[in-house]
Design a protein around this ligand. Structure first.
Ligand SMILES: CCCCCCC/C=C/C(=O)SCCNC(=O)CCNC(=O)[C@H](O)C(C)(C)COP(=O)(O)OP(=O)(O)OC[C@H]1O[C@@H](n2cnc3c(N)ncnc32)[C@H](O)[C@@H]1OP(=O)(O)O
Length: 289
C-alpha cells in the first residue's frame, strides 16, 4: 500500500489527504519519536526509539514506526534494520497504557488498528531485522523484538523481557501468543504467557526468547556482527524462506483483523479492565515515589 493510503488507513479521523499530511507533519514537527540512521555503504539502517520517558508505543509512536518502516522498505539500498532504544535502560515499555485507558471506543479502535499494522509490517519485513535490547522490554516491547529475525540482549540483570499482560489483568491477543509460540515453543509459552513472566537476560537466553546475551557495552557491535552474518545470505532466498515460515501466522490475523479490533474494543472498554489498568498505573506511580 502506498504511503498516502497507509497514512489514511492509520489516521481515519483525517478527512482528506491534505489533512493526513498536515497531521503527520505536525506530529513529526512536534517530535521525532523514531530516529533512523542509515549506513548506505553497509546497507544497514538503525531505528532508534526516542519516546521519553519509557518508549511506550503510543499511537503517534506506532504511526511513526510504520511510516519509517515503509520508507526503508522502499529504499532498495537498505537490506538490514536494527532496532534499539536511543537511551539505554528501557528498550520499550510496551503499548501505551494511556491509549488503552480512559479513552473512547473510536480511539481504542484506531489505536488497535495501528498496532496490528505495525506487527503485520514488522513480521513480514523483507529486510533482515535485529533487535538490540538495551533495556527493559515488557509486553508490546517484547512483541516488537520477537518480530525480528534475531535478538541480542544486554547482560544487565535489571533488564527483563517477556509478555507480562496477565500481570496487568489483561489477555495478550492470539497473534501475540502466536508470535511467542513461534519463538519459544508451545510448552514454554504455556508457562510464560499464563504467568506473565519477565525474564532477566540469562533466563531469557535459556528459554530462547533472546538469541544472544552480551556485555552491555558490546550490544551494538554484537548486533552488527549478527547482521553481517545474515546479510551474507542472498536476499531473495532468505526473504522467500522468511515469508514461507511466517505466512500462516500473518494470514491468521489478516483473516480476522476487524473481529480482532472489535474484540479489543469491547474487552478494553470493560469497567473491570479499566479499573485494573487504573490500579496498574497507580502502582507504577507509587513505585516511582
Ligand atoms: C483482546 C485484547 C486485550 C488487550 C491486549 C493488550 C496487550 C497489551 C500489551 C502491552 O504492551 S501493555 C503495557 C505493558 N507494559 C508494562 O507493563 C510496563 C510498565 N512499565 C514498567 O514496568 C516500567 O515503567 C519500566 C518500563 C520497567 C521502566 O521503569 P522506570 O522506573 O524507568 O520508569 P517508571 O517510573 O516506571 O515510568 C515512568 C513513567 O512512564 C509511565 N509508564 C511506564 N510504562 C508505561 C506504559 N506502558 N504506557 C504508558 N505509560 C507508562 C509510568 O507510569 C511513569 O509515569 P509518571 O509517573 O511519570 O507519570
Amino acid at each position: 500500500m502506498a504511503l498516502a493510503s497507509r497514512a489514511r488507513a492509520l489516521l481515519p479521523g483525517a478527512r482528506s489527504w491534505g489533512a493526513v499530511l498536515a497531521r503527520v507533519t505536525a506530529q513529526r514537527a512536534m517530535s521525532h519519536r523514531v530516529v533512523v540512521e542509515t549506513d548506505a555503504a553497509a546497507g544497514v539502517a538503525v531505528m532508534k526509539f526516542r519516546n521519553p520517558p519509557v518508549n511506550s508505543l503510543s499511537l503517534e509512536m506506532v504511526t511513526e514506526l510504520v511510516i519509517n518502516l515503509e520508507k526503508l522498505e522502499n529504499d532498495k539500498t537498505v537490506r538490514g534494520l536494527i532496532f534499539t532504544s536511543e537511551s539505554p535502560g528501557v528498550f520499550s515499555s510496551g503499548l501505551n497504557l494511556l491509549d488503552m485507558y480512559g479513552r473512547n471506543p473510536a480511539h481504542y479502535a484506531e489505536y488497535w488498528k495501528a498496532v496490528q499494522e505495525l506487527w503485520l509490517r514488522l513480521y513480514q519485513c523483507p529486510m533482515v531485522t535485529v533487535a538490540t535490547i538495551n533495556g527493559a522490554c515488557p509486553a508490546g516491547g517484547c512483541l516488537i523484538s520477537m518480530t525480528c529475525d534475531y535478538r541480542v540482549m544486554a547482560d544487565n540483570p535489571k533488564y527483563t523481557i517477556g509478555l507480562n499482560e496477565t500481570q496487568l489483568g489483561i489477555v495478550a491477543p492470539f497473534w501475540f501468543k502466536d508470535t511467542l509460540v513461534n519463538t519459544i515453543g508451545y510448552r514454554a509459552s504455556e508457562i510464560s504467557l499464563q504467568l506473565g513472566l519477565l525474564y532477566p537476560p540469562a533466563e531469557a537466553l535459556r528459554v530462547g526468547i533472546v538469541d544472544k546475551v552480551v556485555p552491555e557495552d558490546q550490544v551494538h557491535s554484537a548486533a552488527l556482527a549478527v547482521m553481517a552474518q545474515w546479510l551474507a545470505i542472498p536476499d531473495h532466498a532468505r526473504q522467500l524462506t522468511k515469508a514461507m515460515l511466517r505466512k500462516p501466522t500473518v494470514d491468521n490475523l489478516v483473516r480476522q483483523r476487524d473481529a480482532d479490533i472489535q474484540q479489543f474494543v469491547s474487552f478494553i472498554s470493560r469497567d473491570s479492565i479499566q479499573k485494573g489498568l487504573q490500579m496498574y498505573l497507580q502502582m507504577l506511580k507509587q513505585k516511582k515515589a
